[in-house]
Design a protein around this ligand. Structure first.
Ligand code: PDD
Length: 280
C-alpha cells in the first residue's frame, strides 16, 4: 500500500510523520473519510467543503486547494489500485517544539492521505443491519468540527464492540440523542415521522446525512429535523445511521432490545437503495 505524506508517495510501512507533529501530540488536526465506488468518489464536494470549513474553524491554513487535494486523492487511489473503498485524509498543524499555542512562526501543515479497498454494502439489507448501545455523550462542545481528537469516540465505540454492537448512539445530559460515535442517527418515530437532529455544534454535519436529505427532498418524502429523546429512540419504528462507512445502516437492536419488529424498516430500505444509486 502507498501513502501520500507531505508531497511524497511512500510505501505505507515506511511512511511516517515527525514525533513532534501536533496531530500526534495534541490531536491538533482535521480529517475526512470518503467512500469511492467504481472510481467515483461519493459526495466529494461535500467532504472537501467540510474539510475547508473545519480547517477554518481551527485557524489551520492549508495552501492546497480542494481541486489540488482531489488530484492527490485520485493519485493515491490509482497507486493503490483502489476502485471501491475508503480514502482517509488528515491535515494537522505540523511539527513544532511542544507548546500548546500555535507555533509563533507558522510551520507547514502535515497532510496524509491513504486508501484501502472495501466492498460496497450487501444489497440484502437484512445482512447490513446492525445493533447499537446508548451512552452519554462525553465529547466537547464543537462536534461540528471534524477533529482528529477522537478519544471519547474511540472509548464509546470500544464499549459498543465489547457489547457486540456496531455503534454507540450518544445522548446529552437532557436525554436528547446527539449522534453516533461515528455516524448520524435517524429514526422513524412511533407516530411514523422520519426525524434526525438539526445541525448545530453538538453534531457533525454528515455528508451522507446531507445526501440523504437531498434524496428525501427529491422523492417528496416528509421528514423533520428536530431533536428527539432516548425514549423516542427506544420506541422508534425504525432507527438507522448514516456515514461514509455505514451508508444507510438499519439498527434493529438497541441495548439488547429489538427495535420495531426487529427487521429493517421501509424507510431505511428505500434510503439505502437510493443512496447506493446516488453513489453509483
Ligand atoms: N465518521 N458523526 C460523526 C461523529 C462521525 O465521525 C461521522 C463520520 C459522521 C457521518 O459523517 P459522514 O456522513 O460525512 O461520513 C457523523 C467517519 C466515517 C469516521 O470517523 O470514520
Amino acid at each position: 500500500a502507498i501513502a501520500y505524506v507531505n508531497g511524497r508517495y511512500r510505501p505505507l510501512r515506511e511512511a511516517s510523520v515527525n514525533v513532534e507533529d501536533r496531530g500526534f501530540q495534541f490531536g491538533d488536526g482535521i480529517y475526512e473519510v470518503l467512500y469511492v465506488h467504481n472510481h467515483r468518489l461519493a459526495d466529494a464536494e461535500l467532504h472537501l467543503a467540510r474539510l475547508t470549513r473545519s480547517l477554518g474553524e481551527i485557524g489551520l491554513n492549508l495552501t492546497l486547494s480542494p481541486a489540488a487535494l482531489l488530484v492527490i486523492i485520485r493519485e493515491v487511489l490509482r497507486r493503490n489500485r483502489v476502485s471501491t473503498g475508503l480514502v482517509y485524509m488528515q491535515v494537522t498543524r505540523g511539527a513544532a517544539r511542544r507548546d500548546h499555542p500555535f507555533p509563533a512562526v507558522p510551520v507547514r501543515p502535515s497532510l496524509v492521505i491513504t486508501a484501502r479497498t472495501r466492498p460496497a454494502p450487501p444489497t440484502d439489507i437484512a445482512a447490513w443491519a446492525g445493533s447499537a448501545i446508548t451512552l452519554p455523550d462525553e465529547r466537547w462542545a464543537r462536534c461540528d468540527i471534524k477533529s482528529t481528537n477522537l478519544l471519547p469516540n474511540v472509548l464509546a465505540r470500544q464499549k459498543a464492540r465489547l457489547s457486540g454492537a456496531y455503534e454507540a448512539i450518544l445522548h446529552d445530559s437532557q436525554g436528547y440523542v446527539t449522534e453516533g460515535a461515528a455516524s448520524n442517527v435517524w429514526i422513524v418515530d412511533a407516530a411514523g415521522t422520519l426525524r434526525t437532529r438539526p445541525l448545530g455544534q453538538e453534531i457533525l454535519p454528515g455528508c451522507t446525512r446531507a445526501a440523504v436529505l437531498e434524496i428525501l427532498h427529491g422523492a417528496g418524502i416528509a421528514f423533520a429535523q428536530t431533536p428527539f429523546t432516548l425514549e423516542a429512540l427506544r420506541g422508534a419504528r425504525e432507527i438507522f445511521l448514516t456515514s461514509a462507512t455505514s451508508f444507510v445502516k438499519p439498527i434493529t437492536r438497541l441495548d439488547g432490545t429489538s427495535i420495531g419488529n426487529g427487521h429493517p424498516g421501509p424507510a431505511a430500505t428505500l434510503l439505502l437503495e437510493r443512496y447506493l444509486q446516488h453513489i453509483g
